[in-house]
Design a protein around this ligand. Structure first.
Ligand code: ATP
Ligand code: MG
Ligand code: MG
Ligand code: MG
Length: 572
């Protein structure tokens, strides 16, 4: 590629909305342009990186026996109604109507569509196992789109879906995908870590996330330095054995509060001011035996906006922290329930925890009964709130590893991939069956496997940058080599040397760009350092007199003189 035939547009300043380095550098390097909140155009320089990422993924997926297809972005609501996700998915799901007033969604993921395809095209056990994947645009109406491509609303994902005859087959397919992911992330040249993730009902080792290691990552990863144990914080918290703790003393009494509704609906829960900006809503979750401590949800809220969102959440029992063993573990109280209702995850809760104060003693909360409240509800005295909350970020450096091998360390990561054993979650709802050897219909066992293609661009930069700009790993760099001729249009020797080197590199299949824009050396160098090309070769008259070119790797502090003839072997 010649720069004169390409499009390069760099900026000195980052836009004001860019909070993290990758977002700043991507905009400055002319890789993306913002069109709206969480919606970006991929500019030519950025698209090259995305395509390299996609190609690596494709090659490794194909090698692992997965088969590419392409499913639509717009999907009929009926399929999502079959699985109940039309209701359950919440506001992240972008719902649209066509001219006939029929409901559609823009896909945030494709389980429904692939299951629909599978139930129609797969008839016999002979067709299994099979693993379909596509690389396709997704839309998720994220609550807080931010960090450029890292948490966009429109983004590209590779999603794969495996279908097997039985659980044993699913486990095999899952392992094959897990291994393929390891190969993919190795080829990206990024430091990454697969961690066990919580996958609720299926449990066990049914789900793993792949994280690119970076200080700015949104997720905390817990791992043992001495063994293979690694989990995301959520899974790490769920795993340790339940500690026996004495149940806290309660002075709780049920008191009549005429006119109050029962508390299945959280909007009726009594609100206690916690600080100027935070509110705690404490609630009884389910029926509780007379005089017993109840099942609680503690809801930490910032402002009324969040409250409005809570109002739509009817069934608190569905929230993620409802498992009884977790309750006991964190609250030390077998019948307590601590749930950050309305918050997205534990990290969110931890964020809020900094603002929480210990006013959880002797508070009033709603009873799950018409015309009743509890008074004297008390966690603070026995289990201070900050320590409850601290439990949510509770695994700390130096804790013993749950596998009994060594101690735990914590680092931050960016979730770039997620593999999941779904089992029959979708095949059951959608009746996706095949006929076994005896002609009997059996439910297909499914797995799903995602990679955030566009998020990887941001994650790679978070991990690899310096004060001059991006430092691409070779395999995903927009170009592998940049040639910077000094005086390309003035000097015949410079031009002919540059042209022949360019031709030679291209012939070898090296992805090279020649900067023939006629820019001053300073501009050329700072542009390519910002853009982050791994290898730079400067061709100047002075060096040529001695038969030399100047080579500088993107991480090198200084240039090295290399003889013209040796340059190609030098960079290969
Ligand atoms: P997160 O926890 O970051 O919201 P997720 O768990 O909701 O991600 P998955 O449903 O597991 O995401 O989707 C598979 C992959 O898609 C993720 O591992 C991530 O790499 C990518 N991804 C998810 N949401 C986004 C987004 N808003 N922008 C860019 N990539 C995303
Ligand atoms: Mg998400
Ligand atoms: Mg996640
Ligand atoms: Mg995930």
């Amino acid at each position: 590629m010649r720069a004169s035939h390409f499009f390069i547009s760099t900026l000195k300043e980052a836009p004001a909305d860019a909070e993290i380095i990758s977002h700043k550098l991507m905009v400055r390097a002319g890789m993306i342009r913002r069109l709206g909140s969480g919606i970006y155009a991929y500019m030519p320089m950025g698209l090259r990186v995305i395509q390299k990422i996609e190609n690596i993924i494709r090659e490794e997926m194909n090698k692992a026996g997965a088969i590419e297809l392409l499913m639509p972005i717009v999907q009929p609501a009926e399929l999502w109604q079959e699985t109940g996700r039309w209701q359950k998915y919440g506001p992240e799901l972008l719902r649209i109507k066509d001219r006939h007033d029929r409901d559609f969604i823009i896909q945030p993921t494709s389980e429904e569509v692939i299951t629909d395809i599978a139930r129609n095209v797969i008839k016999s056990y002979r067709q299994l196992p099979v693993n379909f994947y596509h690389i396709q645009t997704k839309f998720r109406d994220e609550r807080r789109p931010r960090f450029g491509l890292m948490r966009g609303r429109e983004f590209t994902m590779k999603d794969a879906y495996s279908f097997d005859r039985d659980v044993e087959g699913l486990k095999k397919s899952y392992q094959i995908m897990f291994n393929a992911y390891v190969n993919i992330f190795n080829r990206f040249g990024l430091k990454f870590r697969p961690v066990a993730a919580d996958n609720g009902a299926i449990g066990g080792s049914g789900s793993h996330e792949f994280h690119v290691i970076a200080e700015t990552g949104e997720d905390a990863l817990v791992y043992s330095r001495e063994s293979d144990y690694a989990a995301n914080m959520e899974a790490a918290i769920a795993l340790p054995p339940v500690q026996e703790r004495a149940a806290p003393a309660h002075t709780m009494q049920k008191v009549p509060t005429p006119g109050q509704k029962a508390c299945e609906d959280v909007t009726t829960f009594l609100k206690q001011p916690l600080s100027q900006s935070l509110k705690v809503i404490a609630a009884i979750r389910t029926e509780i035996p007379e005089g017993q401590p109840g099942h609680f949800a503690v809801i930490l809220l910032r402002g009324d906006h969040e409250l409005n969102e809570i109002k739509t959440q009817k069934n608190i029992g569905e929230f993620r922290f409802a498992s009884e063993s977790e309750i006991i573990h964190h609250l030390g109280c077998p019948s307590g329930y601590l749930g950050p209702v309305g918050l997205q995850n534990r990290q969110d809760l931890a964020l809020y925890a900094d603002h929480a104060v210990t006013v959880m003693s002797d508070f009033i909360c709603g009873a799950n009964e018409k015309d009743m409240h509890f008074t004297g509800v008390n966690w603070e005295r026995d289990v201070p709130l900050p320590s409850i909350i601290a439990d949510f970020r509770n695994v700390v450096e130096g804790d013993p590893s749950p596998d009994g091998k060594g101690t735990l360390a914590i680092q931050r990561g960016i979730e770039v991939g997620h593999v999941f054993q779904l089992g029959t979650r979708y095949s059951e709802d959608m009746n996706a069956t095949y006929l076994d050897e005896n002609g009997k219909p059996q439910l297909m066992q499914m797995g799903c496997y995602g990679i955030g293609v566009t998020r990887i661009v941001g994650a790679a930069i978070e991990q690899n940058n310096d004060e001059r700009g991006i430092i691409w790993p070779l395999s995903i760099a927009p170009f592998e080599v940049v040639l910077c001729p000094l005086g390309y249009d003035r000097s015949e020797t410079v031009r002919s040397t540059a042209d022949s080197l360019y031709g030679e590199l291209k012939k070898l299949g090296i992805d090279v760009i020649m900067d023939d824009r006629g820019e001053r050396p300073g501009v050329m160098f700072s542009d390519w350092e910002l853009i982050g090309i791994p290898h730079r070769i400067v061709i100047g008259e002075r060096g040529l007199k001695e038969g030399k070119l100047e080579y500088q790797g993107r991480r090198d502090r200084e240039a090295t003189a290399v003889a013209i003839k040796e340059m190609v072997p030098f960079i290969r």
